[in-house]
Design a binder for this molecule. Structure first.
Ligand code: NAD
Ligand code: UDP
Length: 310
């Protein structure tokens, strides 16, 4: 990447997008941040507002966008089940129309486009851990479908643009990532548990807590996205951490770190909540020489510090 490159980051005011923008700005690139502020916050990018290399546009990616760019990082889409299920039709529209519009922009400007897909394309996986070759087990009509199927059609569009128009695509399948700048009301499990614990409340475990996830710290993830964009590999590529924990183990860990007097309360498991999830990362290591470096304890400590200070 050279200094003169112009990078468009959709969803740039969100959790991952704002960390990516920090990285691009520190490297001296020009950055255009596009966001409709559904789950993003101006605070996340406030420090760049007066920088001559930075531009912010309030824009919804379901509408077309006419700009000139060299690289497109397409992240715009709510990622937390609470927020993507709030208006599922809009989530599906953002996934399809948003990705279609950004691919159209990539085609016209000949920009390379990186699409942030998700481990949700594997659904409630029957294969464990999940390799990129696994085609998934997704319910097409459930409450998570707007997001899961939305991301699947997003991937389809990327590969069809590549086949039909030679668009330079990079597709990342991101597994549960956490860290500073998640919204306190984001609704995802790590921020929920930390915020509950810091307020002295009980932690809400859905179901019996035996379902598993593998949690990746944001800095590792952003490094992976950057390497994927720079590489010749179009994907799909799993990016995440491959150390698996049950949700009960996560709750107990956070209680030990914040206040061991706190209790756990069990609530109903949401419909179609995947029972297990862990990425196979061989391909990421082979194709982009990437593996996560930050373990859960270290990442949780940094995240807890962040929430203590806001
Ligand atoms: P986030 O909700 O913090 O950020 C999403 C951003 O997109 C927000 O700033 C939001 O306002 C913006 N946005 C949503 N709809 C938009 C629209 N129609 N037009 C313009 N902007 C819009 O979520 P995140 O965790 O930062 O996730 C970023 C991307 O990474 C998403 O595409 C998500 O699906 C993907 N992803 C994230 C994770 C994770 O664990 N964090 C896992 C898998 C995939
Ligand atoms: N979860 C929980 N309590 C919460 C929030 C989430 O037990 O307060 C569970 C949720 O049911 C799921 C897991 O934690 O099994 C991860 O949920 P999250 O919303 O973070 O992401 P998902 O991987 O389900 O998209």
């Amino acid at each position: 990447m050279t200094q003169s490159e112009r990078h468009l980051v959709t969803g740039g005011a969100g959790f991952l997008g704002s960390h990516l923008i920090d990285k691009l700005m520190f490297k001296g690139h020009e950055v255009l941040c596009v966001d409709n502020f559904y789950t993003g916050s101006k605070k996340n990018i406030a420090k760049w507002i007066d920088n001559k290399n930075f531009e912010l546009i309030r824009h919804d990616v379901t509408k077309s966008l006419l700009v000139e760019v060299d690289k497109i990082w397409h992240l715009a889409c709510p990622a937390s089940p609470v927020h993507y299920q709030n208006n599922p039709i809009k989530t599906a529209k953002t996934s399809f129309m948003g990705t279609y519009n950004m691919l159209g922009l990539a085609k016209r400007t000949k920009a390379k486009i990186l699409y942030t897909s998700t481990s949700e394309v594997y659904g409630d996986p029957a294969v464990h851990p999940q390799p990129e070759t696994y085609r998934g087990s997704v319910n097409p009509i459930g409450i998570r479908s707007c997001y899961d199927e939305g991301k699947r059609i997003g991937e389809t569009l990327c590969f069809d643009y590549h086949r039909m128009h030679s668009t330079e695509i990079r597709v990342a399948r991101i597994f549960n990532t956490y860290g500073p700048r998640m919204l306190p009301n984001d609704g995802r499990v790590v921020s929920n548990f930390i915020v509950q614990a810091l307020k002295g409340n009980s932690l809400t475990v859905y179901g019996d807590g035996s379902q598993s996830r593998s949690f990746c710290f944001v800095d590792d993830l952003i490094n992976g996205l950057e390497l994927l964009m720079q590489s010749d590999y179009k994907g799909p590529l799993n990016l995440g951490n491959n150390h698996e924990f049950t949700i009960l183990e996560l709750a107990e860990k956070i209680i030990r770190k914040i206040n061991s007097d706190l209790r756990i309360i069990f609530k109903t498991l949401p419909e179609d909540d995947p029972l297990q999830r862990k990425p196979l990362l061989n391909r990421a290591f082979e194709e982009i020489n990437w593996e996560p470096k930050i373990n859960l304890d270290e990442g949780l400590d940094k995240t807890i510090d962040y929430f203590k200070n806001i």
